[in-house]
Design a protein around this ligand. Structure first.
Ligand code: ADP
Ligand code: MG
Length: 311
């Protein structure tokens, strides 16, 4: 658990982060959104003390982050940024092994961890461990950047617009990778983005910032149905809010009993995707199936639409 208490940053008399308090639960993904210059990166960087707070404090598992030297703290916290920041003259394996090396892990342990992470990111260790960063595609470099951030098994992973430079297909893949990482390693993830679809897809909780202040910190559905103020409502997309709400529930979660008829929709698809499919096919009901084709129930147009409005 990360506890942010009254955290502030002042540069030359200008308050860029203004008394932010929030509690980030273990093994969750928290997404920070807000307009450019609203203080998102500064807030994130105060968690690992890349930026020293002017006021307030951060506790990780109840322990004040100022109790240990900043460089040691940062070895325990993964940090990934847009444009990956890989060392260009080091191999993929050396890049990923950077922090474990600093921590004095044995060569065998580092190698095993590098291979495990390359496999998580679907990069064949035989083909990629000894490659140089420039030999990789942009999407692969990004994955190595995230792998490097995860190498020393940090309990906390901070990410600053990590997927901003990726094309939509690779970006979707990177988002699925991240969800998988959280499931697999139980990592607590704090991610900054200005892509609201990304925020709603990944975030268990979303923090909306404006002018250095935290306007609302809530579950995605609550941001949509009970925005704290008009800025939050604008930020979360008034015109799209019903669709966004539908995107938060899967077909499997909403499925009604009985087989039903109509086009097949996979249980993991969102209701937004299910609705799109029904509109496209001119159908008013769908069968919900697992990835292997097993029937999971059915959905009607009415049942889908009910999930798209505040209850
Ligand atoms: P965001 O990530 O939301 O775009 P930042 O946290 O990077 O915003 O910046 C918030 C504000 O703080 C901006 O106005 C920015 O210009 C200012 N700022 C950030 N870093 C510094 C710095 N090192 N010195 C002075 N001002 C800074
Ligand atoms: Mg930023």
């Amino acid at each position: 658990m990360i506890t942010v208490e009254n955290l502030s940053k002042v540069y030359d008399g200008t308050t860029v982060v203004d008394a932010v308090s929030m509690v980030i639960e273990k093994n969750t993904t928290t997404v920070i959104v807000g307009t450019s210059g609203s203080g998102k990166s500064t807030l994130l960087r105060m968690i690992n003390r890349l930026v020293e707070p002017t006021g307030g404090r951060v506790l990780i598992e109840g322990r004040d982050t100022r109790e240990e030297p900043a460089h040691l703290l940062r070895r325990r916290i993964g940090y990934a940024i847009q444009g990956h920041g890989l060392f260009p003259h080091r191999t993929v394996a050396e890049n990923i092994g950077t922090v474990p090396q600093l921590l004095g892990w044995s060569a065998a342990r580092i190698q095993a961890r590098v291979e495990e992470l390359l496999q998580v990111f679907q990069l064949d260790p035989k083909a990629y461990a000894d490659a140089m960063p420039h030999e990789l595609s942009g999407g692969q470099q990004q994955r190595v950047g995230v792998a490097r951030a995860l190498a020393a098994e940090p309990a906390v992973l901070l990410m600053d617009e990590p997927f901003g430079a990726l094309d939509p297909i690779i970006r979707a893949k990177a988002q699925e990778d991240l969800l998988e990482i959280r499931r697999r390693f139980g990592t607590t993830i704090v991610l900054v983005t200005h892509d609201m679809d990304e925020a709603f897809h990944l975030g268990d909780r979303v923090a909306v910032m404006s002018g250095g202040r935290l306007l609302q910190y809530d579950r995605p559905a609550r941001l949509l149905t009970q925005p704290a103020d008009p800025f939050v409502a604008r930020m979360t997309g008034m015109g799209d809010r019903a669709m966004r709400l539908l995107s938060l529930t899967t077909a499997g979660e909403a499925a009604l009993p009985g087989r039903g008829s109509g086009p097949a929709v996979t249980a993991s698809a969102s209701l937004r995707e299910a609705l799109s499919e029904l509109v496209w096919q001119g159908a008013d009901s769908a069968q919900v199936v697992d990835a292997d084709g097993t029937a999971r129930g059915h959905l009607t147009l009415d049942a889908i639409l009910r999930h798209g409005r505040p209850s």
